[in-house]
Design a protein around this ligand. Structure first.
Ligand code: SF4
Length: 337
């Protein structure tokens, strides 16, 4: 990932997005009314906030609940319980009509740009669709607005007449970004937005997202598993394991002084671009446990190299262990860190 630019600093302020104790539990096989039903705890008590113009990355293994968290925040799926406040307004209490109007402030960019674009619509109609659903957005005519959005994401206006299959993967993701920008959202959930792209194109799309953030003040909830990408784009990073956040800190602190054993193992897999520094890769033992039957106490204890008997019995609270981090906060859920 080319380090062309750094994410702009974010002034401390009232959070744009404030998520408290968010839970998303699904009925397992057999349904709710079977006597031995299992409950899949995809997200289990997640809390975090995102400031205006900030990028918070949610990272972790696949199945850890990061994508479910992003979709729950947007109410693309209805969470089981918790609170999601955007500018102080409780999103989970809105009626469908109120939610429809709030959606203009909260958009999403999907992982697979091709699957998320209607193959029968022209690129111009795809990008302009939100403007049709919310007439009166922006000060220009719809056509001028679409042309402006194409320019913002580095696409030529002539491309408006093309269909999705006529674009490369990177160009298709630019279309997805233009569509997400159409209503001038305050928050965009980026769900693995570059993981389906060639490495050579990833940096272009990430730099585009960063430029747009600086210009328009958008906040990103950036769901990703590629830590090199996360390191480039994020202001803060939250690490998830089996439905819970186990560590949150500003990016530089988390990458230079991780505290949670799971974070240490994840970071040890990030390649070091220095031939004189030997790689010190730590291996994660075993498979992740099932969210339908999570381990007692600390959920990481079945794979943790530091586990003690207390870890099996008592769930560690997420507590601030500030150790001189830039933001003054470094939250970790571990009995021994
Ligand atoms: Fe490991 Fe125990 Fe800390 Fe969990 S609480 S991360 S099992 S040492």
């Amino acid at each position: 990932m080319s380090a062309r630019n750094e994410p702009a600093s974010v002034p401390a302020s009232t959070p744009l997005l404030d998520v408290r104790d968010l839970k998303m539990h699904y009925p397992g096989a057999g349904g709710w009314f079977k006597p031995r039903r299992k409950v899949i705890q995809a997200v289990d008590g997640v809390s975090f906030s995102v400031a205006k113009g900030e990028t918070l990355a949610l990272v972790g293994e696949s199945g850890c609940g990061k994508t479910t968290t992003g979709k729950s925040v947007l109410r693309l799926i209805q969470p089981t319980s918790g609170s999601v406040r955007l500018e102080g307004e409780e999103i989970l209490a809105l009626t469908p009509e109120q939610m429809r109007s709030r959606r203009r402030d909260m958009q999403i960019i999907f992982q697979d740009p091709y699957a998320s674009l209607n193959p029968r619509m022209t690129a111009g109609d795809i990008v302009g669709e939100p403007l049709q659903n919310f007439p009166g957005s922006g000060g220009r005519s719809r056509q001028d607005e679409i042309a402006w959005l194409f320019g913002k994401v580095g696409l030529r206006p002539e491309a408006m007449k093309k269909f999705p299959h006529e674009f490369s993967g990177g160009q298709r993701q630019r279309l997805g970004i233009a569509r997400a920008l159409a209503l001038r959202p305050k928050l965009i959930v980026c769900d693995e937005p570059v993981s389906a792209l060639d490495v050579s194109v990833q940096a272009q799309v990430i730099n585009l997202l960063m430029d747009l953030q600086q210009e328009m003040g958008i906040a990103y909830l950036f769901v990703a598993h590629d830590l090199a990408v996360v390191r480039h784009i994020s202001h803060r990073v939250a690490v998830m394991y089996l439905g819970r956040i186990v560590e949150i800190a500003d990016r530089d602190t988390l990458f230079s002084r991780p505290l949670h054993p799971y974070t240490e193992i994840l970071l040890s897999a990030v390649p070091v671009p220095d031939p004189h520094k030997p790689a010190q890769r730590k291996l994660l033992q075993g498979d992740p446990p099932s969210p339908a039957n999570p381990p007692s106490g600390c959920r990481f204890h079945t794979r943790c190299p530091l586990a003690q008997p207390v870890c099996r019995e008592k769930q560690p609270a997420l507590a601030d262990r500030a150790t001189g981090s830039a933001t003054g906060q470094h939250w970790v859920a571990c009995h021994f860190r």
